[in-house]
Design a protein around this ligand. Structure first.
Ligand code: SF4
Length: 489
């Protein structure tokens, strides 16, 4: 049987054709020289790769080299195959290699052919909800015959509750126990830093699964103990509870440790057995076979130029305090807490990413491509494929609506409704002008004002634009925001 080269995000058994297939694993140091990754992300990826090599034993050749090319020279003569890599750069590299056969991608629920057939039939109107319904039917997930389970495709209206005042009462997710492999990774990363390789963020105990056993333990615990509480509060934020009832499975999913369709079937089983409500299960299923697959396929479908899209002419560089995760320089309570979460854990859930980090950048007109790179490097689950459409299309609206119907811009009122941040903040979410003006509220109006010409035709923004026209203090807000510039708020 041909030896399979597994990249560090292809580590689960579903990336092999047979349990005993020979394997090549390569740890390339050059990857970490190219960009400054979060220290905990570097740790997680190296730990996962080394744990997989240890599990496979003599079934795998494990090489630690400067580059992939150097490793391949050491095994030259032996034919290899590889599953379609997840980045454009790696895909081009493997396609150019003699003696390496590139197989279709794995680790996603929808095949490229199915996605292209669906997308080509949409005549330019690509919407996640339509793709998701197609995937539910095609994969027979949460279906009762031809109809969606419970009679509705989308239970979002039940899943947008503000956080409970008394906090969440869910058992904490099981945390990995570090071992001697982690100890070796930490020592190597310390050495690399001494050699001049740069990282961002703080080091800390490994919080995310690096092995399939750890990943399955977290998945089982989530389904049995946390899934029920997930749905209603999936869009809420709590200052003292970064995890809430989120699955925290994005990192092991993106390392390839869990097959997403397997996770979805287990969640559906919990619903069918009466152990979890449909709203929570549907929300989880939507994230995995809907959103995650949609983002993956758009990365390829939109082509290489999509990553440079800048339809809103957002030309300001991402400021250094944000780039370096300098949360201590920020007074806005929501942004400081979220930035601190990225610094200390390399992870915050999807709403702080979208409505605190992305929203702030969108309002200020920061360069979308720089933000893609920042999200890719700073999050434990960040990869180019996952951040490109998420940031360019959804968060920054730089594609002018190729994948969403309106920009995700919101003022302080939204953050106030969906979190407990504003109560302890020195700013006032209702105020757009003056010393207490909330930077999100002022930034929202300033964003609409600056992009009025580009957003005028958007029916979903009609009411907001009419409100903008009635603001008597708009000129003063404009001056205030120009003076605020890109200083930490
Ligand atoms: Fe954030 Fe504004 Fe609320 Fe402060 S008042 S926490 S800056 S939304």
């Amino acid at each position: 049987m041909i030896r399979r080269w597994l990249f560090a995000d292809q580590l689960g058994p579903h990336f092999l054709d047979a349990p005993r297939q020979p394997v090549l694993l390569v740890e390339s140091k050059a990857v970490f020289r190219r960009r400054a990754f979060h220290r905990q992300k570097a740790h997680l990826v190296l730990s996962a790769l080394r744990h997989r090599a240890a599990e496979l034993g003599d079934q795998a050749i494990f090489l630690r080299t400067e580059t992939y090319a150097e490793a391949l020279r050491k095994v030259s003569g032996e034919p290899l195959d590889v599953c379609h890599p997840t980045s454009r750069r790696a895909h081009e590299f493997v396609q150019g290699l003699d003696g390496v056969t590139v197989r279709p991608p794995r680790g996603f629920a929808t095949s490229p052919a199915s996605f292209v057939a669906w997308a080509d039939g949409r005549h330019g109107r690509l919407r996640m909800e339509d793709f998701y319904r197609d995937a539910r039917r095609r994969l027979d997930v949460l279906m009762d015959g031809d109809a969606p389970a419970g009679g509705r495709w989308n239970l979002d209206t039940e899943n947008r509750q503000p956080p409970p005042r008394e906090g969440m009462e869910v058992p904490a997710p099981p945390m990995p126990v570090e071992d001697e492999i982690d100890e070796g990774v930490r020592a190597d990363l310390d050495q690399w830093e001494r050699e001049g390789i740069r990282f961002v963020g703080a080091d800390g105990p490994r919080l995310f699964p690096a092995t399939r056993a750890e990943a399955l333990a977290r998945l089982r615990h989530f389904i049995n103990h946390r899934l029920s509480a997930f749905g209603p509060y999936e869009d809420a934020m709590l200052a003292d509870d970064p995890w809430m009832a989120h699955s925290m499975l994005s990192a092991p999913l993106n390392l390839g440790l869990i097959d997403p369709l397997d996770a979805v079937r287990r969640a559906e089983d919990a619903y069918r057995a009466g152990k979890a409500p449909l709203s929570s299960v549907e929300g989880f299923v939507r994230q995995l076979i809907g959103w995650r697959d949609y983002i993956w396929h758009l990365y390829w479908y939109f082509g290489a130029d999509y990553g440079g899209a800048d339809g809103l002419r957002a030309t300001r560089p991402v400021p250094s305090w944000f780039q370096s995760l300098d949360a201590d320089s920020v007074e806005a309570r929501c942004l400081a807490d979220v930035l601190r979460g990225v610094r200390d854990r390399g992870w915050v859930h999807h709403i702080p990413r979208l409505m605190v980090l992305g929203n702030y950048a969108l309002q200020r007109g920061w360069r979308p491509a720089e933000l893609v790179d920042w999200f890719h490097r700073s999050f434990v689950d960040g990869y180019e494929w996952v951040m490109t459409a998420n940031v360019i299309g959804m968060s920054q609206y730089a594609d002018l609506g190729a994948m969403t119907t309106k920009p995700y811009a919101a003022g302080g009122a939204y953050i106030n409704r969906m979190s407990d941040y504003c109560r302890g903040c020195r700013y006032d979410p209702r105020s757009r002008l003056g010393v207490n003006a909330c930077p999100y509220t002022a930034g929202y109006w300033s964003f609409l004002d600056r992009n009025r010409g580009r957003l005028l035709g958007n029916a979903r923004l009609g009411q907001a634009m009419r409100q903008l026209d009635r603001l008597e203090d708009l000129g003063a807000v404009r001056d205030q925001e120009r003076d605020r510039g890109d200083r930490a708020p």
